[in-house]
Design a binder for this molecule. Structure first.
Ligand SMILES: [Ca+2]
Length: 299
């Protein structure tokens, strides 16, 4: 019977501790947060994207201490720093308020989805967190692994005087003649033509401004595509993984137009944010009548 009473007594003790009756706290410490909006960020396969916001944190009775700044998924899972990294400046204090600048770095390996920035601070006996939701777009890891094996597709491109299409959606490696290209202008990544007497890949934005007679001049969406020419000797047949294509992109200098010749490999950063490798595998005709056979490694 004594043992039973002892168990009941210890149970009551736990209950009192749980209710805080043995150690009452009566203060009005609290923390309030003002954190900038993040909204939507775009993942680029060309490199890191950063977003900088300001967080101001106020303590009711004393300046708070910033205890942590972290990125989590909307389901509270941790996020690898190889995908999304976060850093913050040493907070400045003004009265009972601190301010810090938070930098979120979205890396090519990040995946589309819903995330949140979690800022935690302590003031006196109060510890609180503030969650700021944001969304990442531009890299569907469900459909495309980070280092995916790319698909090879061949297309024919013609300069402005050719009967073959001058416009290419590199994401699908689909060539379009002018009227179809106008229909698909949001997807078109480049125009091929004889520019300044050189066979040239041009972004629709560059063509619209500089290439006389380009239908892109009348488009409402003129993609600002950029290109990197692979080092001489690069074979298009060796570029069947996204990491290989990305490595050439990262090592090069991007431009909105690039001259092309037989056996060249051009990395094109598409409107979808992906680098696509395009190899010139055959050339026929000259000048404004030139036709190219191109082989692209794309998603
Ligand atoms: Ca495209």
């Amino acid at each position: 019977m004594k043992k039973v009473l002892a168990i009941i007594a210890s149970g009551l003790m736990v209950a009192f501790v749980g209710c805080g009756l043995l150690n009452p706290t009566t203060n009005d410490d609290s923390v309030t947060f003002t954190v900038g909006a993040i909204d939507s960020l775009t993942i680029s396969q060309a490199g890191n994207q950063t977003k900088t916001i300001t967080a101001t944190i106020k303590g009711e009775n004393e300046a708070p201490t910033l205890s942590s700044v972290a990125i989590k998924t909307s389901a509270d899972a941790a996020v690898a720093t190889t995908a999304i990294d976060v850093s913050y400046s040493s907070p400045t204090t003004s009265g009972k308020e601190i301010t810090t600048t938070i930098t979120i770095t979205v890396k090519p390996a990040a995946c589309n989805g819903n995330y949140k920035l979690v800022v935690s601070a302590t003031s006196g006996s109060a510890t609180s967190s503030q969650e700021t939701a944001f969304k990442l777009v531009g890299h569907d890891c469900g459909a495309v692994a980070v280092d995916t094996v790319l698909t090879s597709t061949t297309a024919t491109l013609g300069a402005q005087g050719s009967s073959n299409g001058s416009f290419l959606d590199a994401d699908a490696m689909t060539a379009y003649l002018s009227s179809a290209a106008t229909t698909h202008q949001a997807d078109v990544d480049l125009q091929f033509g004889s520019y300044s007497s050189n066979p040239t890949f041009m972004s629709p934005q560059f063509a619209a401004a500089n290439f006389t007679g380009s239908v892109a001049a009348n488009w409402t969406t003129k993609n600002a595509t950029t290109f990197v020419k692979a080092p001489s000797g690069t074979s298009i047949n060796n570029l069947d993984s996204l990491s290989e294509v990305r490595a050439i992109w990262n090592a090069g200098t991007a431009a909105d137009n690039v001259t092309v010749a037989l056996n060249d490999v051009i990395i094109c950063l598409t409107n979808q944010g992906y680098p696509v490798a395009i190899g010139i595998t055959a050339v026929s005709g000259t000048g404004s009548s030139m036709d190219l056979t191109v082989k692209g490694y794309h998603r």
